[in-house]
Design a protein around this ligand. Structure first.
Ligand SMILES: NC(=O)c1ccc[n+]([C@@H]2O[C@H](COP(=O)([O-])OP(=O)(O)OC[C@H]3O[C@@H](n4cnc5c(N)ncnc54)[C@H](O)[C@@H]3O)[C@@H](O)[C@H]2O)c1
Length: 281
């Protein structure tokens, strides 16, 4: 049974996952190599909990108990020493993740299960650095974690049913819904999202309709909460392009990135983060 969760990486996803863990009643340890990032993360988590109190969703006593359950550390050995579940949310670089999982072999209890929050990298490759790869799989959370209901649970080649059960029970305790996926590039959501977003760029390139009208059609005609161009501006056009390049390499021709998307990226139109993407902000 999971009592203690260690979250590795306190960035965009790590702090959200740590919040979900502490709110679900787990003793939570948040690790990052950067002390500055840890204090920023603590500030963001505090803000989410305080907002919950203001909105009447969390009682003051509960908020206090949540804060008591969270500790932060820049020492990996301390972070994982008592972990039953380790959730890795470090940068999307395979070498870094392989190193981190290799360290867990030495530092984490042998019975701890390990989840990677990777968006696309091979969890089977990560699991292979451990003596027991069966205890590794994927828990793919969505941003912002406290608002998004889904976790994609990923079964790598050797992930055991017991590991999957642990992920599912923790997800339930966090109040999330799950879907189970055999490891495959882009899982479900990134693969479909990339396909829709790429097709939207092809339509724009062919002057089928304006960006505004394509967005409007998907929102009002298909009930999507955001149009594909609004969404890609939020995700970042460069990020979307690298996902498409990866899916093109692994899944074939149907994911060939649209030349217009490549052109936007070359022009520096990377989305909201730089003030201009498909739209100007
Ligand atoms: N951003 C998203 O919307 C999103 C959604 C789902 C999954 N993901 C995945 O989650 C993971 C983290 O992404 P993010 O957006 O939170 O990244 P981020 O850059 O916001 O945060 C990464 C954090 O990891 C820290 N870090 C660097 N080296 C480390 C190490 N050796 N050990 C532990 N931490 C280290 C960094 O200091 C930083 O705080 C990636 O695998 C990414 O693909 C991201």
């Amino acid at each position: 049974m999971v009592k203690t969760i260690a979250v590795l990486g306190a960035g965009t996803m790590g702090h959200g996952i740590a919040h979900a863990a502490m709110a679900a009643g787990y003793t939570t340890v948040l690790f990052d190599v950067s002390e500055g990032q840890l204090s920023t993360a603590r500030g963001v988590v505090d803000g989410i909990v305080k907002k919950g109190v203001e909105l009447g969703k969390v009682s003051a006593a509960n908020a206090h108990a949540m804060f008591e359950r969270l500790t932060t550390t820049a020492d990996l050995a301390t972070a994982v020493a008592h972990a039953d579940l380790v959730i890795e949310a470090a940068p999307e670089k395979i070498d870094l993740k392989l190193q981190l999982l290799g360290d867990l072999e030495q530092l984490a209890p042998a019975a701890a299960v390990i989840a990677s929050n990777t968006s696309a990298l091979s969890i089977t490759e990560m699991a292979a650095v451990l003596q027991n790869p069966g205890r590794v799989g994927g828990m793919h959370f969505f941003n912002p974690v406290h608002k998004m209901k889904l976790i994609e649970i990923v079964r790598a080649l050797e992930t055991t049913p017991e590991t999957i059960e642990t992920f599912e029970s923790v997800a339930r305790q966090m109040g999330k819904e799950t879907v189970l996926i055999r490891e495959s590039p882009g899982f479900i959501t990134s693969r479909i999202n990339a396909m829709i977003g790429n097709e939207a760029f092809y339509m724009l390139q062919e002057s089928v309709a304006s960006a505004h009208d394509i967005d409007k059609a998907l929102k009002l005609g298909l009930n999507h909460p955001m149009g594909p161009f609004e969404l890609v501006d939020l995700v970042g056009l460069d990020t979307r392009l690298s996902i498409l390049q990866y899916l093109h390499r692994t899944l074939g021709e149907k994911f060939r990135p649209c030349p217009l998307l490549e052109q936007y990226v070359k022009a520096g139109r990377l989305g909201r983060k730089v003030g201009k993407g498909v739209y100007e902000y």
